[in-house]
Design a protein. Structure first.
Length: 406
């Protein structure tokens, strides 16, 4: 007949006195109440696994009650019945508790930083703050789909519909990464039906001015910045320069002195700063070179950036500053910063007979990739491809703008 131990009571545990030597009280089923001579008291579960006698702590007393210790013992015995070492399982559970959403996102961003442009990395980091500021410190295994849906809808209801959709897209990639690396068992983002759950962005095109007279007025307004608003010198010169070079916001904001060769009239943008992750050489028209030389005495000695932020010289002017400046000039919903690219593209295509360059050269000026994948795989372009043609077309464009403005 199997020998049974008398079960302990809470009263016995409270009365258990500290002695000159360590001792234990048995509750049966391998559960012991340990009393140390130093005054500490805790529960211990003794068991055999793999032919060895092992022990694991179940918590200190009175923080852990007798009932909790018995429940933990029962859980451990169930694991043993399935040939699972409860000590290893306990360590694994502790590790998974430490795998927070922030931890996984940081790991994912580390990889993305190596495989994408600096701007893409910073943009992803900024967008994901909408999530990490709310639940970043929560263990990823404890986060439910509804937690993400609630946060994304809250972002969208503030008018940032596209941002909400981008959050969902990034989370899908992050969970793919998490599943691959064993942080979670399932990509819960797969189960979110965005069509029926999230708001849809009704806007299809970014606003841009492309009519001749409106472009003339825009140029006039840009040159009134100094007198109309208290804009800093970096912002003023960015707006003077951007019509001539029509690059993306982040490229001109983060333009570095080391990337410029004013004698040769070129601006070499490394792939880390390009949306398409490809090195790009932008020919500079004479007007652009003159503007850069004008601002050089004011910024070159204090920053690596041509257009440093007025607050901190170790960073460029913010995108929000540029967007706000256009709005203050009266161009909200009429012309955005990206619109300078559309402006060049539209006019260059319309007046192709005047300048004589075909669509491939126009697209090359915009740093657009070849859309035909087969053609692109065979046509691995040098960053200087079409450089002379681009230089001539961009100079034509700059002269066209000056003629229109004057």
């Amino acid at each position: 007949m199997k020998r049974t131990s008398k079960k302990l009571t809470e009263l016995e545990l409270k009365k258990a006195q500290v002695k000159d030597k360590d001792y234990n009280l048995s509750d049966g089923d391998g559960l012991y109440f340990i009393v140390r001579k130093n005054g500490s008291k805790f529960f211990r579960f003794d068991f055999r696994y793999g032919g060895k006698r092992l022990s694991m702590s179940l918590g200190t007393y009175p923080l852990t009650s007798l009932k909790e210790a018995r429940n933990k013992t029962a859980d451990a015995k169930k694991l043993l019945e399935n040939n699972i070492n409860p000590i290893s399982e306990k360590k694994l559970n502790k590790i998974t508790e430490e795998i927070t959403l922030n931890f996984v996102i940081d790991k994912w961003l580390e990889i993305r930083k190596l495989n994408s442009s600096e701007n893409t990395y910073l943009t992803n980091q900024r967008i994901l703050k909408n999530i990490t500021d709310k639940i970043g410190n929560v263990a990823i295994k404890d986060i439910q789909r509804q937690d993400y849906i609630d946060i994304i809808l809250n972002v969208q209801k503030k008018g940032r519909i596209e941002t909400g959709l981008r959050i969902l897209s990034l989370l899908f990639k992050i969970y793919q990464f998490a599943v691959t690396n064993g942080y979670v068992e399932h990509n819960i983002i797969v189960d979110i039906d965005k069509k029926s759950t999230l708001l849809k962005n009704k806007e299809t095109h970014l606003p841009a001015i492309t009519e001749k007279q409106e472009i003339k007025q825009l140029l006039k307004d840009i040159y009134s910045l100094e007198n109309r608003f208290r804009s800093d010198i970096s912002t003023i010169y960015i707006f003077k320069l951007i019509p001539y070079v029509f690059v993306r916001s982040e490229n001109i904001r983060l333009m570095c002195w080391d990337d410029l060769d004013l004698e040769k009239g070129l601006w070499a943008i490394p792939k880390e700063k390009m949306k398409m992750n490809v090195d790009f050489v932008c020919p500079l028209p004479k007007q652009a070179i003159n503007l850069i030389k004008e601002i050089e005495p004011f910024t070159r000695q204090r920053s690596k950036y041509v257009f440093p932020s007025p607050q901190k010289s170790d960073r460029g002017v913010s995108g929000a500053t540029l967007a706000d400046t256009l709005n203050r000039l009266g161009y909200q919903n009429r012309h955005c910063f990206h619109g300078f690219r559309s402006m060049f593209s539209t006019i260059a295509h319309e007046l192709y007979k005047e300048h004589g360059f075909h669509s491939d050269i126009i697209e090359a000026c915009l740093a657009h990739k070849e859309k035909n994948r087969v053609k692109a795989s065979y046509n691995r372009e040098s960053k200087f491809k079409y450089f002379d043609e681009k230089k001539e077309l961009i100079q034509w464009w700059a002269d066209w703008l000056d003629k229109l403005k004057n």
